[in-house]
Design a protein around this ligand. Structure first.
Ligand code: HEM
Ligand code: HEM
Length: 174
C-alpha cells in the first residue's frame, strides 16, 4: 500500500512492546513449568502462563484487525534484492507463530477436558487426550519457531543499524 507514513501508530507500538514484554517472561515460564513437580506453586505458574497466553492471543487478534483497517508505514527501500520480501515474510511468520502457539495451548487445555477462562466467558468441551497430545506437540514446535523468528527479527534490526546505518527502531519507538 502506498503512503507517506514513516512511523507506526502509538496503538501499534503499544501492543508491539506489550507482546514483547509478555513473551520475555512467558517463554521461560513455559520451560520452568514443564520441569516442575506437581504442587500448588506449579498450579499458580500454570494459571499465570494461561492468563498471559490468552492475553497474547487477544492482543495479536486486535493487532491484526487494526492492521487490516489502517495503514502501516512503508518498508524501507531495498538495500539488496528481496530485502522487503524477507521483512514482510518475517512479520507475517511472527503473526502466524503467535496465533499458532496460543491456539495450540488453548486447544491442548480444552481437549484435556479442562474448563478455560477466556476473561469474557468460560469454555469446557469433551476431552480427547490424543488431540490434546497433538496440540501440545504443535505448542512445542511453534515455541521453537517463535524463538527463531524473534531472533531473526532482532538480528534484522541490528543489521539495519550496523550495516545499513538505518535506525528502523525509531519507527517502533518514537
Ligand atoms: C517478542 C518479540 C517480538 C515480536 C513477536 C515482534 C513482532 C513484530 C511484528 C509482527 C512486527 C510487524 C509489525 C507490523 O507491521 O504489523 C514488528 C515490527 C518491528 N519490530 Fe518487533 N517484535 C518483537 C521484538 C522486537 C524487538 C526486541 C525489537 C527491537 C530490537 C523489535 C523491533 C521492531 C521494529 C523496529 C519493527 C518495525 C520494522 C519496520 O518498520 O520495518 N521487535 N515486530
Ligand atoms: C504467548 C504464548 C505462549 C508461549 C510463548 C508458550 C510457551 C510455552 C513453553 C515454552 C512451554 C514448555 C514447552 C516444553 O518444552 O515442553 C509451554 C507449555 C505449556 N503451555 Fe504454553 N505458551 C504460550 C501460550 C499458552 C496458552 C495460551 C496456553 C493455554 C491456554 C498454554 C498452555 C501450556 C501448557 C498447559 C503447557 C504445559 C504444561 C504441562 O506440561 O503440563 N500456553 N508453553
Amino acid at each position: 500500500m502506498d503512503n507517506n507514513i514513516e512511523q507506526y501508530s502509538w496503538f501499534s507500538k503499544f501492543f508491539h512492546w506489550i507482546t514483547f514484554l509478555i513473551l520475555i517472561v512467558q517463554i521461560p515460564l513455559g520451560f520452568i513449568l514443564v520441569r516442575m513437580e506437581f504442587s500448588d506453586l506449579r498450579i499458580t505458574i500454570e494459571n499465570l502462563h494461561v492468563v498471559a497466553g490468552i492475553t497474547v492471543f487477544y492482543v495479536t487478534l486486535i493487532r491484526l484487525i487494526f492492521k487490516f483497517f489502517s495503514q502501516s508505514p512503508k518498508l524501507l527501500p531495498n538495500a539488496f534484492v528481496g530485502q522487503k520480501l524477507i521483512a514482510k515474510l518475517n512479520h507475517v511468520a511472527l503473526y502466524v507463530a503467535l496465533l499458532t502457539i496460543t491456539t495450540s495451548g488453548i486447544l491442548k487445555k480444552l481437549f484435556n477436558g479442562e474448563k478455560l477462562n477466556f476473561f469474557f466467558f468460560k469454555l469446557k468441551i469433551n476431552d480427547n487426550f490424543d488431540l490434546a497430545d497433538q496440540f501440545y506437540t504443535v505448542h512445542i514446535v511453534s515455541n521453537y519457531t517463535l524463538i527463531i523468528l524473534i531472533s531473526l527479527h532482532i538480528l534484522a534490526v541490528l543489521f539495519h543499524q550496523i550495516f545499513l546505518k538505518e535506525n528502523i527502531l525509531k519507527r517502533m519507538i518514537k
